[in-house]
Design a protein around this ligand. Structure first.
Ligand SMILES: *Cc1c(COP(=O)(O)O)cnc(C)c1O
Length: 231
């Protein structure tokens, strides 16, 4: 199967999963995760009409996407990896959505850059639902207070929540926990579900699923790249 065949079949699976649980298929958007893959692998997806993409590193994205964006100005780029506060300026400037807001220092840096530039990327707070030491994200028990601080102290408009469940565990309880935290904080967007579990995420309310390898193919040595971990 080609990359575009896998895109089509992923979109079809999303559609079916949404309909099966009585949801509107358009309520679930696909973020195609293109980290580690060169622009030439992304072009067929753009040509096929796909527009929402995810990258986990600011630097890598800034090398890959400007030329693509010139040709496809309506594309939407999501930062899904950990953000350092010294990269807040680039992130605000470059991304349409930042899914990894997880501490006050970042909230403060983003607020400052957003005020300066007038840009308003869609923001998600990442929750470390499995309380894993090495993983980015605010702890579940700290999420309400952090969301309040984002709104009240930094004036940030948080659209929703994101999580990456622990490897080797059932994802469903993590997705349900994320949905609970979002509901009690009045947040509409839920970014959850990856190649192996996006159908379950859709059942539990995902509005964005982030799918990489099921479309792009296997990535080289993910461990070395520290995916989903503090970089
Ligand atoms: C790499 C990555 C994905 C995509 O993972 P796949 O298993 O390849 O679908 C999703 N979310 C985050 C945060 C990632 O780093």
């Amino acid at each position: 199967m080609s990359i575009t065949d896998r895109l089509e079949s992923t979109l079809e699976t999303i559609r079916r999963a949404a309909l099966e649980c009585g949801r509107e298929p358009n309520a679930v958007r696909l973020v195609c995760v293109t980290k580690t893959f060169p622009a030439k692998d992304v072009i067929p997806l753009l040509e096929a009409g796909h527009r929402i993409f995810g990258e986990n590193r600011v630097q890598e994205a800034m090398g890959k996407w400007p030329a693509l964006r010139e040709k496809y100005p309506d594309l939407e780029l999501h930062l899904i990896g950990p953000l350092q506060s010294n990269k807040a300026r680039e992130a605000v400037d470059f991304f349409d959505a930042i899914q990894s807001v997880d501490r006050e220092k970042i909230a403060e840096a983003l607020a400052k850059e957003m005020a300066k530039t007038g840009k308003r990327p869609k923001l998600f707070v990442q929750v470390n639902t499995g309380a894993e030491l090495q993983k980015a994200g605010v702890l579940p028990e700290d999420a309400d207070a952090f969301l309040a601080a984002c709104r009240e102290t930094y004036g940030l408009d948080i659209a929703g929540l994101m999580c990456v469940p622990p490897v080797g565990q059932q994802a469903a309880p993590h997705f349900a926990l994320l949905a609970d935290i979002a509901a009690r904080n009045g947040l509409r967007e839920l970014s959850m579900g990856m190649s192996s579990d996006f159908e379950i995420a859709i059942q539990l309310g995902a509005t964005y699923v982030r799918v990489g390898s099921a479309i792009m193919g296997e990535r080289p040595s993910p461990r070395l790249r520290g995916e989903g971990e503090a970089a």
